[in-house]
Design a protein around this ligand. Structure first.
Ligand SMILES: *Cc1c(COP(=O)(O)O)cnc(C)c1O
Length: 357
């Protein structure tokens, strides 16, 4: 038996969604494909509360992390905010692409604040700032709405690039109202789909900026995507089967109701957080607790790997701590299509295995 995934990606995919991938293959220049893309795009715009463009990339999120910074810098530096392994990866991508990259970093478990961003941006002349909304490695959510409000008000020319990989479709992100410029997520996390596709909203302002970039790259270039956007096509071959599943999943997400979906994530998070406070400790600062993944400090010195082996026998797996936090922490993802019942069941199993009462 395959264990149910309580890990922060890929997450559990419902059978109906897996089956939605099995419709017969279609050509990506055929009308059937255009219809599909033109059908799914407005649903994604609804999810992100935006009237601006939403692209579909046949890539995992890391590709779009690269594409977004390549298209944001006209020669001025990008400020990377770092609060864990995934935000650090983005900074390294900047360096590896020869982009003038500067970082401002907080200790693990802390989030990025408007004050920190204000102080950092006031010291230089930046083209863009990166924000990792939900740092999956530490279970930290940073207040992107408040940070974006500050940036839009005091630094109007700084583009706001947001990695929402492990929270998009799990929490509310108002792309237009918050004034974001790029916001992306691979669909194997809160969308609860098979991996291989990244959804990316891009503002008109960011598309204009990209036109001034000397080497914007090719595969992720907004200008390339725009050539066929209105037709409902992508320049290269899209991940057609995953998009079929996405189309079905978006119907289900909208049928659940966006507010209900955000609330379900918050409810699952609260249950896990209460459990963690009772038996272990929360790794993240209470002010920044993630609604989609909880990082728990292993205060009891249990073998996380041993726990996972036992859980596997009962049909579930969780995640060990990320990188240096391995065995020092463990993570429970409560995202996507998991339910409050799933979470309660998981915690019961863990109590039973660990002898907790
Ligand atoms: C998972 C994750 C990524 C990387 O996603 P890939 O799909 O593996 O490329 C980037 N950022 C965050 C916050 C993530 O959780």
């Amino acid at each position: 038996m395959y264990p149910k995934l309580f890990i922060p990606g890929p997450t559990h995919v419902r059978k109906e969604i897996l089956e939605a991938q099995t419709v017969p293959m279609i050509g990506h220049r055929a009308p059937e494909y255009s219809k599909l893309q033109l059908e799914v795009t407005p649903k994604l715009q609804q999810l992100l509360y935006t009237q601006q463009r939403v692209y579909l990339y046949a890539s995992s999120s890391t590709g779009v992390m690269e594409g977004s910074v390549r298209q944001a810098s006209t020669g001025k530096p990008i400020l990377f905010t770092v609060c864990g392994a995934f935000s650090q990866r983005w900074y390294e991508i900047g360096l590896q692409n020869g982009i003038p990259s500067e970082k401002v970093e907080v200790p693990l478990g802390q989030g990025i604040t408007p004050e920190l961003v204000d102080e950092a941006l006031s010291k230089g002349d930046y083209d863009a700032i990166t924000l990792t909304m939900n740092e999956t490695a530490t279970g930290v959510m940073s207040p992107v709405k408040e940070i974006a409000a500050l940036v839009r008000q005091k630094y109007p020319d700084v583009l706001i690039l947001v990695d929402a990989v492990s929270c998009m479709a799990g929490v509310k992100i108002e792309f237009d109202a918050w004034g974001l410029d790029v916001c992306f997520a691979g669909v194997q996390k809160c969308f609860a789909l098979p991996p291989g596709l990244t959804v990316c909203a891009v503002s008109d302002r960011a598309r204009e900026r990209a036109k001034q970039v000397k080497y914007p790259g090719h595969y992720f270039a907004y200008a390339q995507m725009d050539k066929r956007y209105d037709k409902g096509q992508t320049p290269a071959t899209p991940a057609i089967s995953i998009i079929q599943a996405l189309n079905k999943q978006m119907d289900d997400i909208l049928a659940e109701g966006l507010e209900n979906r955000w609330q379900r994530h918050q409810e699952m998070a609260s249950i896990v957080q209460d459990w963690a406070r009772k038996y272990f400790a929360l790794f993240a600062d209470e002010r920044f607790l993630s609604p989609t993944v909880t990082n728990i400090t292993n205060t009891r010195g249990i073998s996380v790997e041993g726990l996972n082996q036992e859980l596997r026998k009962r049909g579930a797996i969780i995640s060990n701590g990320y990188g240096d936090l391995k065995e020092k922490c463990f993570r429970i993802a409560h995202m996507g299509d998991l339910t409050v019942e799933d979470i309660r069941w998981l915690l019961e199993q863990m109590n039973d295995i660990l002898g907790l009462q």
